[in-house]
Design a protein. Sequence first.
Length: 496
Amino acid sequence: MATRYLLGFDVGSSSVKASLVNADNGKCVSSAFFPEKEAPIMASKAGWAEQEPDSWWQYAKQSLQKIMADAHVKGEEICAIGISYQMHGLVCVDKDLKPLRPAIIWCDSRAVPYGERAFRELGADQCLSHLLNSPGNFTAAKLAWVKENEPDTFNRIYKIMLPGDYLAMRLSGTVNTTVSGLSEGMFWDFKENCVAQFLLDYYGIPASFIPTIVPTFSEQSAVSAAAAAELGLKAGTPITYRGGDQPNNALSLNVFEPGEIAATAGTSGVVYGVLGEIGYDAKSRVNTFAHVNHAAADPRLGVLLCINGTGILNAWMHRNVTFDMGYAEMNDLAAQAPIGSDGVCIMPFGNGAERVLENKELGCSIHGLNFNKHARPHLVRAAQEGIVFSFCYGMEIMGQMGMNIQKIHAGKANMFLSPLFRNTLAGVSGATIELYETDGSVGAAKGAGMGAGLYKDHNEAFSTLEKLQVIEPDAAQRDAYLTAYNKWKEVLKKQI
């Protein structure tokens, strides 16, 4: 039997990555991303961030050409396509499916006042019980900004899309979306299990703007003849999966069931956990969306905690405190200090307002520093501990929502390369940490396999996921970790 391949795209704000996965053995045979230098983000005003949707198509095409050439794979050997994408973006198209303006992407903050006003005027109870979040700076609020500030553009809108919806449309000529995608844009009403008509009415958004809804795992559309000719694919190849980058990262780590957690710790840090019942944080300190396997009869919600000041603090320490050594040496240096850094506490919140702190902007601060006994090891360890403690602070909120966190899945990258970071996170949370080798485009490809029915369930789809390391909590040092964490929380409480 001929080898079957799955194609995954990951539409990021810095690049578009494509991966080919052998559907039969689960192995990635080729990956590439474009552009090789970070993709441009247009910011004509402070707080704005836009990208041309067509650029994602061009990057996807270049990435695809490279992996097919490298792997010597032909278009007819690809049996399904999956798409991961940067969340919360807004693409507006006319009746010819042409973008009416650049996409307003996730890190654009112009719509904050529109979300805040909706939350205030509609009421916290209405928004949280139906949307599970404040309307915030999400896609619906971005569209409200377009309506007020660019009425000519608004009046020409045929459909609105998320970045992943746009790439699927370019591949197929068909416009559709998912419940998971609508929930991340604040367009989904979890109480009524339908599009959030009350929010559309409040903003004055026609319901016709919302694309047809298709299941996350299904034959959503198929590659058109025009796209097939342009890309070297086979016309009719099904597009069978789509997910935002954080739900897709969880999928990539085989995180589907209640209590399971997917974590990343790059420049910013994300803890994404699955909740098995409809719930929300009354202070909206975490975001709640439909996970990729959510169903009204069997809820699976993705609770998203984001800490802005994560790896960026560690990188700052590296540049300014341990500039004479590499990261591995820096981690060894930090390990010379005891758990709790001998009384030094660092608040890692120096990268803007933190949602987990109710949007307060505390800045980074160092506490308990004694010039007569503390040195570089204490500072570096206190920085890594502060990052872990901020994760655990958010995970406590998840616990209050009913999530019992026992296992943390993560890629072995960024902060998770540090033994001290890993051991501290396991020690404070009491959770086992499992480290894997995967990425978003590979996950999207396997999601496509699930949507195409090539795997009976997610466990079969990810049976070949390579587990690199397991970190168990150290019971003997549990009290020391918790003592340090509780002291850090006392310092934080004085600031908030």
